[in-house]
Design a protein around this ligand. Structure first.
Ligand SMILES: NC(=O)c1ccc[n+]([C@@H]2O[C@H](COP(=O)([O-])OP(=O)(O)OC[C@H]3O[C@@H](n4cnc5c(N)ncnc54)[C@H](O)[C@@H]3O)[C@@H](O)[C@H]2O)c1
Length: 273
């Protein structure tokens, strides 16, 4: 196959947090099909995704994790290490926005409750990036051949989107932390341990359903505006994240660290005119 061997994940182990979610499960299956064995970790049941992986001939096991709790992350990491012995890839897919941290006709910015804002920032920044990087990164830094950490940023990290101030701030911080950690890990611990992020454009999933669709199942005004600002004229399909994740997880990107890669049908490049 010549150069395509560079993209192979054969012999590598990937941990995917939030791996039972819409994007996480698709990325997991994609990495599995590229040869990785999978540790799929989530706060909800991983039964369905594990069955799907096994049907596709992928070696996969499910684990409980609460990415907001360092002790539970450590317990999960211990279990994975005792089962699989090595962790090469960490994909931090746990995250999301919530309705009570979103401005609307009923809820103005001035009334957004602190606990709702704190929850969204914590889930995406601490649970979605920093805490798993502390626990899994400490294990991965010992790998002679390094490894790859992939965070999930967002379009609103480049320019904030209306209505979701907490989520926008958190994802901007995830991009910033991705750069910080990339520099820190290579300078201090392991020249081959890389950290990058993907920034998905707009994918219709359960966490943003209430923003993109009306209760009758029609595109919301916001959904229509998004499509109008996406030069490719549609939402992304979750499996369209796979190619970039395989590239970032594999030796094909072995000199790439500290980047945030948009996968957005051109949304971020388009000024609107
Ligand atoms: N859907 C989009 O258009 C879009 C765009 C950009 C970024 N993202 C990001 O992609 C990531 C995945 O989102 P998704 O759309 O697949 O949403 P999703 O809700 O389907 O998946 C998120 C997963 O994280 C898990 N999770 C939540 N809290 C957890 C915790 N404390 N511990 C462990 N797991 C926890 C959930 O159980 C769920 O399985 C998130 O970071 C999200 O912000 C999504």
């Amino acid at each position: 196959m010549g150069n395509l061997d560079l993209f192979s994940l054969e012999g590598k182990t990937a941990v995917i947090t939030g791996g039972a979610g819409v994007l996480g499960s698709e990325i997991a299956i994609g990495l599995g099909k590229a040869g990785a064995q999978l540790a799929i970790a989530d706060i909800i049941s991983t039964k369905e995704i594990i069955e799907r992986a096994k049907k596709a001939g992928i070696k996969a096991k499910g684990y409980f994790i609460d990415v907001m709790d360092p002790k539970k992350i450590e317990k999960c990491a211990k279990e994975i290490m005792s089962d699989l012995e090595k962790i090469d890839i960490l994909v931090n897919c746990a995250g999301g926005n919530s309705k009570n941290a979103t401005t609307s006709e009923e809820l103005s910015f001035f009334d957004l409750p602190l606990d709702a804002l704190e929850k969204v920032v914590s889930l995406n920044l601490f649970g979605g990036a920093i805490l798993p990087a502390q626990v899994f990164g400490k294990i991965m830094m010992k790998n002679e051949d390094g490894g790859s950490i992939i965070n999930i940023s967002s379009m609103n990290a480049f320019r904030p989107l209306t209505r979701i101030p907490g989520y926008s701030a958190a994802k901007a911080a995830v991009s910033n932390f991705t750069q910080w950690l990339a520099v820190h890990l290579t300078q201090e611990y392991n020249r081959k341990l890389r950290v990058n992020a993907i920034a998905p454009g707009f994918f219709s999933t359960k966490q943003n359903k209430y923003l993109l669709w009306t209760e009758e199942g029609k595109l919301s005004e916001r959904g229509k505006t998004i499509i109008a600002h996406t030069p490719m004229g549609r939402f992304g399909e979750p499996e369209e994240l796979i190619g970039t994740c395989i590239w970032l997880a594999s030796d094909a990107s072995r000199f790439v660290t500290g980047t945030v890669v948009p996968i957005d049908g051109g949304f971020n490049a388009f000024s609107g005119v």
